[in-house]
Design a protein around this ligand. Structure first.
Ligand code: GLV
Ligand code: MN
Ligand code: MN
Length: 414
């Protein structure tokens, strides 16, 4: 093995202690003290790997290893170190640490490449704090707008811009984080699968064919509050009743599509009394498909049904689109490079599989070629403290990333 799987594992466990709760889950939201500590730890690993480190105006931590030709476009790799609430140790963190491990191993072996390689720990991929994710990768792609920073707010009504200022960043400089596509050759990310396809294949590593696009909507249904005992069933304007009928319909409808998934992850009823018919209900919907046309068709039918069900209960409906990210196919050339790297790592015929989860690379789909390496997840569980990939599988993934990077960055023959 060319990489050091033990060192990778030690760092993974160490980073997983930052933001760890008594229950065992890890919570690291963007622009918080926990995230700062995690970034500082990553910076120290990058320095140990011999990288030149900087933080851009979006808070992305970037470690660079120069190429023999410093003017050649860079090969980018990395992932994120923020987490969902009560998440695991692997989602995001493994991709950042495996990339650092790959570059540190090249350094220790004195291996040079023509192209520079940059490892990036992206700011806020998950979207957990502001209901708007991939903040750092959007900034790098040059698509993050000032109004995005003002519009999206956390539970305490702080905007992304407010949170950035409080953490010592200047939101007015966000544009400076954009990369000129001419300076980038490719982006390749290693990530845990978060599904169980690789487990079924009994293989540690797979090649991602494309990434499903998340559409996040927030619905607000407003009716009439009333007495739970004294208001006859046929005289109510109950937004929770309309919402529950609607949700049930959404789940059934999504199940008719081969690859669509629909999730209501957040719901609130106000004023929230056991004996009070709610006045207002708010819920979010996360809708995904690898096929954008299918997602569009499902979305239209959800609208149509929602309007009908709200009208029938005399409930008003308002909607906010939190984020609409297009599905992103992976580059066939990078997929081929990953397959070749798998063979070098002794993994024959790795399966090609789509990613249901979203990833930073999606933001680069029309900027430069992207590719992803998946590492087997135990029981496919993720976004949970039970998230797990073995030390051996993490090492195998990092080994594949190492060979992929050497191929994409043109290892110099001595
Ligand atoms: C991130 O994990 C997402 O897919 O929402
Ligand atoms: Mn992730
Ligand atoms: Mn995630």
């Amino acid at each position: 093995m060319e990489i050091n799987a033990v060192r990778l594992w030690q760092r993974l466990m160490e980073l997983g202690e930052i933001g760890k709760q008594d229950s065992g889950g890890v919570t690291r939201f963007s622009f918080t003290e926990e995230e700062r500590r995690a970034k500082d730890r990553v910076i120290s690993y990058m320095k140990e790997a011999g990288l030149t480190v900087r933080e851009d105006s979006a808070g992305n931590v970037i470690g660079r290893r120069e190429g023999a030709d410093p003017l050649a476009p860079a090969v980018l790799t990395g992932s994120h170190i923020d987490t969902v609430p009560h998440g695991g140790k692997f989602d995001g963190a493994l991709g950042v640490l495996a990339a650092i491990e790959a570059l540190q191993s090249m350094e220790e072996k004195g291996i040079a490449t023509d192209h520079p390689i940059e490892v990036i720990a992206f700011t806020d991929e998950e979207g957990s704090r502001f209901g708007f994710g991939m903040i750092g990768s959007r900034a790098l792609a040059g698509t993050l707008r000032q109004e995005d920073l003002e519009r999206h707010k956390d539970e305490r009504h702080l905007s992304i811009a407010d949170a950035m200022r409080a953490a010592g960043y200047d939101p007015d400089r966000i544009g400076q984080a954009a990369k000129d596509p001419r300076q980038v050759k490719a982006y390749v990310e290693l990530h845990i699968e978060q599904g169980s396809v690789l487990e079924r294949h009994r293989l540690p590593v797979g090649v991602v064919s494309g990434i499903a696009g998340p559409l996040w909507l927030q619905f607000t249904l407003t009716g009439q509050a009333g007495h739970a005992g004294a208001t006859p069933m046929n005289m109510r304007r109950d937004p929770l009743r309309a919402a529950s009928e609607w949700m049930n319909w959404i789940y059934r409808e999504a199940g008719k599509y081969p690859n669509a998934v629909a999730t209501v992850g957040k719901i609130g009823a106000a004023p929230g009394g056991v004996n009070v018919i709610p006045e207002q209900v708010e819920f979010t919907l996360d809708l995904r498909d690898i096929d954008e046309a299918a997602r569009n068709a499902l979305e239209s039918s959800i609208w149509e049904y929602g309007n009908r069900v709200c009208a029938s209960h005399q409930v008003e409906l308002a909607v906010r689109t939190l984020q609409r990210v297009a599905p992103a196919p992976c580059s066939p050339e990078i997929m081929a490079a990953i397959e070749a790297a798998c063979r070098k790592a002794g993994i024959e015929q790795p399966p090609a599989l789509p990613s249901g989860a979203g990833h930073d690379g999606m933001q680069f789909r029309s900027r430069w070629p992207i590719g992803m390496i998946f590492v087997r997840s135990r029981e496919g569980i993720s976004h949970s403290p039970k998230e797990w990939s073995s030390q051996e599988d993490c090492g195998a993934g990092a080994e594949v990333l190492y060979h992929t990077l050497l191929q994409l960055a043109n290892e110099r023959k001595k």
